[in-house]
Design a binder for this molecule. Structure first.
Ligand code: HDD
Length: 690
């Protein structure tokens, strides 16, 4: 709904209207404004019908309902958005004349949308998938759309291959499944025949593809762009979003269970955090480098399957994004937002990256299909917040056609707001770039190294992360039915890491090791480890923004509960009480604590850590409930910290955990809450190997 016009406020198009008696603000009307007397019964000839064609209220209601859906996005259909602002740190006029970076502390409004790629609109949030990270900045010189992902590289080097990549990743066309997952033959067939995908596939099999929260992931512009300053000097730039909340992912078994327990896990988390005033923030960082660096860099900076390690070109933070407002209406904003990579502003320019050039066509084109006409820029979430003056007119759903007589150039009518002209001095100028050469379909030799950065990525992970990757390959390939495809993937892994390939081959029970895939260039094994590529090496030292699940029964000690809740609040963390009934529990002191979840509705996978707060009788009762047993056994298997009181032991005994109490179990006393929360800052007890 637009900001200026709300249905039924009587201000539609001509200011205040005279209100008829009885037509107060609560009276329902048709879309034409006619008051409705009954919206539950159709108009009939006789009490039992037939229904009359004359019923304009029924016809309008059904007509509109029949047309509620628009085509979902062909990729990134499942997404969630929020409003916020970008705050500029120090001005950077020496790098770019982009208006939003010129004034310290200035706030630029923005809309961000996060998404999974492969799944349809109703698919679960915790699919193993790349996450879209798209931001629309409403700058004073037009909208800038930075349409990135949570992974800094891409599967393919040329936009020509995009439809093939996506066809292979989505449901197989004959059977229409699997949904929202790449664990199937077509995807791995394509990957195994496209060595350029191997670097990205290492990322996709890493924990990056199963983030704990949209708030806990990095974002990347992926391509190399250009910054241009007022004197026309240009530099290359890569964009990074760094979450102030720190990075965190789930483990795969947890992801599978979250999808069942709460398919909306990520969107609910973002909604809850913003509504609770815990606004997520990301710093925008730039890697800026010149042509000389680009010419000497090991890889082609126009190749989107490569990154530039932060250790080689540091990330300079230039501002931060704060998401502080949820949408009023999901469809109006999140569904209708139309990101286009071609939306850039003076001070920023494209490079010849062939993936980016293809995207610039595809996004504009797709919005026409999705939103039904060329006037999607009139939809409030897409409309720039700066003045717009042009001669574009008419078309479907034109909400504001230009005023005045002039609608063509050149014209001799008086200049003014209604009769604008192009301005060579201040208008957008593409950077000058000499272009020559024969017309040809070609992949540059400088794009030919497909394994070196895959090796570097793998070597930069901790052993826990490497193990997760190996497990992910085994899981995905175990769903592939055609054995030669499995073998072909392992043949590529042999070029990345022999141990990894061996582990995957063993996990799949391959009868023999295939020969390594032929490589166009011999892979480099000497690229230095880049710590920035690991999640765990950069884990936050805080439980802020995380959630503790408290499994509670009647009669629990007030002192312990109060201490934990106080310490959580101090840390900026949240909690939920999981109780035998959703009515909650009564403490030994007689206090009533509301339940947030009932035991079979709040499994421990929904929480970052758990606490079992019970009495001996309570624990015995929990020991009889299968879901309560799963609660602690899953928390244990997912390497979570488990707080407990001595009385919880019958539940641990029943689940065989009593023999396995390790340092990830923390016994709580009335004074131990602060220590407990401090321990939770480590987020997982990785030493516990399931
Ligand atoms: Fe794309 C949507 C990110 C390559 C064609 N893409 C889309 C969205 C994101 C990305 C975040 C969702 C935007 C939203 O929330 O509405 N895409 C990327 C990244 C890429 C990339 C980071 C590589 C660096 N995409 C890419 C290529 C093409 C497309 C090469 C086509 C040549 N992408 C599309 C699209 C979508 C889209 C079909 C679907 C819906 C939409 O655009 O608005 O045009």
């Amino acid at each position: 709904m637009t900001e200026s016009f709300k249905y039924g406020d009587g201000k539609g198009h001509g200011g205040e209207l005279h209100q008829k008696p009885g037509s107060d603000k609560e009276v329902m009307t048709t879309a034409q404004g006619c008051p409705v007397s009954d919206d539950q019964n159709s108009l009939k000839g006789g009490k039992r019908g037939p229904t009359l064609m004359e019923d304009h209220v029924l016809r309008e209601k059904l007509f509109h309902f029949d047309h509620e859906r628009i085509p979902e996005r062909v990729v990134h259909a499942r997404g969630y958005g929020a409003h916020g602002y970008f705050e500029t740190y120090d001005p950077i006029p020496e790098l770019t004349c982009a208006d939003m970076f010129q004034r310290k502390g200035e706030k630029t409004p923005l809309f961000a949308r996060f998404s999974t790629v492969a799944g349809n609109k109703g698919s679960p949030d915790l699919a193993r998938d790349v996450r879209g990270f798209a931001v629309k900045f409403y700058t004073q010189e037009g909208n800038w759309d930075l349409v990135g992902n949570n992974i800094p590289v891409f599967f393919i080097q040329d936009a020509m291959k995009f439809p093939d990549l996506i066809h292979s990743a989505k449901q197989e066309p004959d059977r229409g499944f699997p949904q929202a997952q790449t664990a199937h033959d077509n995807f791995w067939d394509f990957i195994s025949l496209s060595p350029e995908s191997i670097h990205m596939i290492m990322w996709a099999m890493s924990d990056r593809a199963i983030p704990r929260s949209l708030r806990f992931m990095e974002g990347f512009g992926v391509h190399t762009f250009k910054f241009v300053n007022a004197s026309g000097e240009e530099k290359f730039v890569k964009f990074h979003w760094k979450p102030k909340q720190g990075m965190q992912s789930v483990v795969w078994n947890e992801a599978l269970k979250i999808n069942g327990a709460d398919p909306d896990f990520h969107r609910r988390d973002l909604w809850d955090a913003i509504n609770a005033g815990d606004y997520p923030e990301w710093e925008l960082g730039v890697q800026v480098f010149d042509r000389e660096f680009a010419d000497n860099f090991e890889f082609d900076v126009l190749d989107s399957t490569k990154l530039i390690p932060e250790e080689q070109v540091p990330v300079q933070k230039i501002g931060k994004m704060v998401l502080d407002r949820v949408v009023d209406n999901f469809f109006a904003e999140t569904e209708q937002v139309a990101f286009c990579t071609q939306n850039i502003v003076p001070g920023i320019d494209f490079t010849e990256d062939p993936l980016l050039q293809g995207r610039n066509f595809s996004y504009l084109d797709t919005q026409l299909k999705r939103l039904g006409g060329p006037n999607f820029t009139h939809i409030p979430v897409n409309a720039p917040k700066c003045p717009m003056r042009h001669f574009q007119q008419d078309g479907h759903m034109a909400m504001h056609n230009p005023k005045g007589r002039a609608n063509y150039e050149p014209n001799s009518w008086p200049r003014g707001e209604d009769n604008p002209r192009a301005c060579p001095e201040h208008g957008y100028k593409s950077t000058e770039e000499p272009v020559s050469g024969s017309k040809l379909r070609y992949r540059s030799e400088t794009f030919a190294d497909h394994y070196s950065q895959a090796i570097q990525f793998y070597q930069s992970q901790t052993s826990v992360e490497q193990q997760h990757m190996q497990n992910a390959f085994v899981f995905e390939l175990s769903k592939v039915e055609h054995k030669p495809i499995r073998e072909r993937v392992v043949s590529h892994l042999l070029n990345v890491d022999k141990q990894l390939a061996k582990g995957v081959a063993e996990g799949l029970g391959l009868p023999e090791m295939p020969a390594p895939a032929e490589a166009a260039m011999s892979p480099r094994t000497d690229l230095p480890v880049s710590d920035a590529l690991s999640i765990l090496k950069n884990a936050p030292d805080s439980f802020k923004g995380r959630k503790l699940g408290i499994l509670a029964t009647d009669g629990i000690e007030d002192g312990i509960l109060d201490g934990v809740l106080k310490a959580l609040k101090q840390e900026g963390a949240m909690h939920e009480v999981v109780a035998p009934t959703v009515n909650g529990v009564t403490t030994s002191g007689g206090k009533h604590i509301e339940g947030d979840q009932v035991v079979n509705g709040g499994p421990s996978v929904l929480y970052d850590a758990v606490l079992v707060l019970t009495t001996e009788d309570g624990a015995k009762m929990l020991a009889e409930i299968p879901e309560a047993k799963d609660f602690v056994m899953d928390a244990f298997a997912h390497q979570k910290f488990i707080g407990y009181v001595d009385d919880a032991k019958p539940l641990f005994e029943e689940t065989n955990l009593l023999k396995q109490l390790d340092d990830g179990f923390i016994k709580l006393s009335a004074s131990g809450a602060d220590e407990f929360i401090k321990t939770l800052r480590q987020l997982r007890y990785w030493q516990r190997n399931p």
